[in-house]
Design a protein around this ligand. Structure first.
Ligand SMILES: [Zn+2]
Length: 232
């Protein structure tokens, strides 16, 4: 009897503890909801970032959407692709977006051949941005995400005045072959889940029409969840 009584007491205590815990959790919920009223500086942030452009059709369609939505983004450009698309590059700056350095050529074997090659590549891209837009780029993104040597190489680029920007979420427009807009939207949402700030990697180079198509839904999703859209 004694032996059976003790486990029962333990069970009752455990149930009471569980109920108490649930009760406390329920009581805590209204307090947690005050998070919605946090000051603007504490709101959740998302950085929309577009790599590998400019292109003619995709970049301009992305810009149309961003203008319509009143959202600013960051474009890490490949300067070789800006030749003949100077007006698109100027439009990015004119409409309040940030232009960053990605590469001159986007050819990994050349860019990562040596430290000197890496610096030359970044400076060539930066010079074109300056010449076409009059803006000195402040941010840099490693082509292909960089190499195992990123830490040391980041220090070289930081010395040139660049802030290195990586990402923590993707829409999948490079990772998933022939992904449609719905897949890109869902991938952006799932990879960004629980992150703050979200730095979302997308591509506005030619052939990424699905990314431009997915963008309005991506913006609507994060806006509905109280995210503030930021550019570097
Ligand atoms: Zn790239």
């Amino acid at each position: 009897m004694q032996k059976r009584f003790i486990p029962l007491a333990v069970l009752i205590a455990a149930v009471l503890a569980l109920l108490l815990h649930l009760g406390m959790h329920a009581a805590a919920t209204p307090v947690f909801s005050y998070a919605k009223e946090r000051p603007a500086t504490e709101e959740r942030r998302i950085y929309l970032t577009f790599d590998d452009g400019p292109s003619t059709a995709v970049t301009n369609r992305v810009l149309d959407t961003l203008r319509r939505e009143g959202v600013h983004a960051t474009f890490f450009i490949v300067s070789d692709r800006a030749h003949g698309r100077e007006e698109t590059l100027r439009r990015i700056v004119r409409e309040g977006h940030t232009v960053g350095v990605h590469s001159a050529t986007h050819r990994y074997d050349e860019i990562y051949a040596s430290d000197r090659a890496l610096v030359r590549d970044a400076e060539t891209c930066a010079a074109l941005i300056r010449r076409v837009t009059g803006v000195q780029p402040q941010v840099y993104r490693f082509p292909g995400g960089g190499t195992a040597d990123n830490g040391r190489r980041a220090a070289l680029l930081t010395k040139l005045g660049f802030r290195i920007v990586s990402w923590n979420a993707v829409c999948g427009d490079e990772e998933i072959a022939r992904a449609d807009a719905d897949t890109l939207y869902k991938t952006a949402v799932s990879t960004a889940a629980g992150k703050d700030p979200v730095v979302l990697l997308m591509h506005d180079s030619a052939g990424h029409a699905a990314t431009a198509e997915a963008l309005p839904r991506i913006i609507a999703h994060f806006r509905a969840r109280g995210y503030v859209f930021c550019a570097y």
